[in-house]
Design a protein around this ligand. Sequence first.
Ligand code: ZN
Ligand code: ZN
Length: 411
Amino acid sequence: MNPQFETYLHNYVRLGVRVGVNLQPGQSLVIQAPTTALELVRLAAKEAYAAGARYVHVEWNDDPLTRIRYEMAPEESFGDGPALRAHNYDRLIERDAAFLSLVSANPDLLTGIDPDRVQRATKAMRSAMSNFYDGVRTDKFSWSILAVPSEVWADKMFGHEPAEKRMGLLWDAIFQATRADRDDPVGAWTAHLKQLQEKSDYLNGKRYRALHYVAPGTDLVVELADDHLWVAGDSINEKGTMFVANMPTEEVFTAPKKDGVNGTVRSTKPLNYAGTLIEDFAFTFKDGKIVDFAAAKGGETLQRLLDTDEGARYLGEAALVPHRSPISDTGLIFYNTLFDENASNHLAIGSAYAFSVEGGKSMTKEQLAAKGLNDSLTHVDFMIGSADMSIDGIAADGSREPIFRGGNWAI
Ligand code: ZN
Ligand code: ZN
């Protein structure tokens, strides 16, 4: 075990409370966490009270219990939403709580369970908790997600290492990727967020009409939506407090114009989708639509993704991420989008975010479509960045300026 483990663990929790939800004195904190994260939750509660929290409420979830319910509860119960939890959350939202989610991926949790049960339970949960999910979607309150290692995840990343070492290696990778291994992690994040903000301000000032991506296997022109906005990883809640919803975050992103994407693009990292790895794939675009694709592995799954609906053949996000970052410097593939999408330039198949255009949060679907935003039930990031990638910004008059050279920012 890393001799610095306790220090880094404390740093990690500190980042979640002080930067992630950026807890303000007098606020309450809701921590959603798996039962495997007991130690982390206690540390987070301490950190929250030290930051001036009024009350720390913990909402536990337990994978084996979840599975027991799906296996044994009567059919009619899957239409019942979590009424008590929803009631608590509504009160906590009224009292200005912040929400910190500790998330431990377990893709095999529901293997073999009737998908209809899962779908009904998810729908009932979403509908009971609609105030909470609407608040997340519109940044009403501060919320943030931190990853917690699980054995399945550690096995996936470090299967070639002795079993007893894997969890420690995964923790080390997470500490490095989130800057929890720095002497002053909160200071490092403040500087990092400022830099991302400078990039998005620069790009917003330029108002490029399109981006031109060039790399081995990639020659792609992506027009940007009308009145597009570049957005960095920090958000502002209703009270005007800054928070960081995803840690790590390295991206600056906006929305492509739905019918304005032409050329070919090659993936540079595997995509973990619906429990399957899709590897070494490429798309050809014509007027925004994916008209051809190939994949060395997982082609059938990719086909199913593209067939989700009409919008699943179009793009909804163009994100710029330098090739060099604490995540890429680990040299690891995390098989977890929270990390992998932040280590590489990426695009997303599917829906665009309303806040990617000016005033978008208060627009109707029709108004967003008129700006060129794509709509779909799905949104899946795929990675295209490499040390060989160049990106030019194309201005309204057709002139070009370098944005990326050799995989890194040129601005
Ligand atoms: Zn992204
Ligand atoms: Zn995305």
